[in-house]
Design a protein around this ligand. Structure first.
Ligand SMILES: C[S@@+](CC[C@H](N)C(=O)[O-])C[C@H]1O[C@@H](n2cnc3c(N)ncnc32)[C@H](O)[C@@H]1O
Length: 270
């Protein structure tokens, strides 16, 4: 099922609009440029037309302020967790506005994917790198009620707390470990965190550890990170005996930056 069809089945998320225009969330042929293939989901001819519309929208979508551009650059180029946390502390109170301006379209699309793999009403989920809670809004809209949030930045978590979406919010450095027992959650979710300057593929097994057997971790990996952080090569070894890649699709991510991301669903084995 394409994300567009998934969103159609979720009335609250049926239209992702940016600057008054409908953003096409269809399967993106940019995957061809990086040699990505998914034999189970061939590109459909009729979506080529949608893609041209999408590219036109991206070219017109350059609405970001200089400050937002600078903060984007700082968080993506951070060399340490401290640099990362400092940049997000500065960004926390204006992050939601900046992401709205940037055409950040991933959270509802990824929440729709998670809802396909976990029954929203009865599943406890962990929002990994939850930030200010934009992802929590998308999870709530998709029907999830028991949502815990984890993030390295207490300033971002303070913003998330104001939204009253989460059962629990915890300061966590994913590269050091999640303070939860094994087999705790039915699902895990992460948008915008497995990316350059943030968290690499090495953190995936720790997220899988806190899932129940059969649980699913849905995450975005930006197209650039996919290449620079070596996901293609590392995922098979990381997943060996631990998880299977149930879904790997390419979709729009941050429209103003013409960024696409891999949308992954990783299913815990056992
Ligand atoms: C681009 S934001 C995404 C936030 C939210 N998921 C969203 O979709 O708006 C990335 C988040 O990852 C968090 N982060 C970066 N490195 C982290 C780490 N090592 N452990 C936990 N969170 C981290 C940042 O603090 C930030 O809130």
């Amino acid at each position: 099922m394409t994300v567009r069809r998934r969103l159609r089945s979720m009335p609250h998320a049926s239209a992702i609009s940016f600057q008054g225009k409908l953003i096409n969330t269809a399967f993106h042929p940019a995957k061809a440029a990086i040699g990505w293939t998914n034999p189970a989901k061939p590109v459909l001819q009729r979506e080529a037309k949608d893609h041209k519309v999408c590219c036109g929208i991206i070219r017109r979508a350059k609405a970001m302020s200089k400050r937002t551009e600078d903060l984007f650059q700082r968080v993506y180029e951070a060399k340490t967790s401290q640099e990362q946390a400092a940049a997000y502390a500065e960004w926390a109170d204006s992050y939601d506005q900046a992401m709205a301006e940037s055409g950040y379209v991933s959270p509802p699309q990824l929440a729709a994917l998670l809802a396909e793999h976990c029954t929203p009403g009865s599943s406890a989920v962990l929002d990994v790198g939850c930030g200010t809670g934009l992802s929590g809004i998308a999870l709530k809209d998709a029907g999830f009620a028991e949502i815990d949030g984890a993030d390295i930045s207490d300033a971002m978590l303070a913003e998330a707390a104001k939204k009253n979406l989460y059962r629990k919010l915890t300061v966590v450095d994913l590269m050091k470990g999640i303070p939860e027992p094994d087999d705790t959650y039915e699902g895990a979710f992460s948008t915008g965190t497995f990316t350059l300057g943030h968290v690499g593929p090495e953190a995936i097994p720790e997220v899988i550890r806190v899932l129940k057997p059969g649980g699913v971790f849905c995450l975005t990996v930006s197209d650039q990170s996919w290449i620079d952080q070596g996901y293609e090569e590392k995922l098979p070894a990381l997943g060996d005996g631990l998880f299977e890649v149930a879904v790997n699709e390419m979709h729009d991510h941050v429209v103003s930056h013409n960024m696409q991301a891999h949308f992954l669903a990783l299913k815990k084995l056992g």
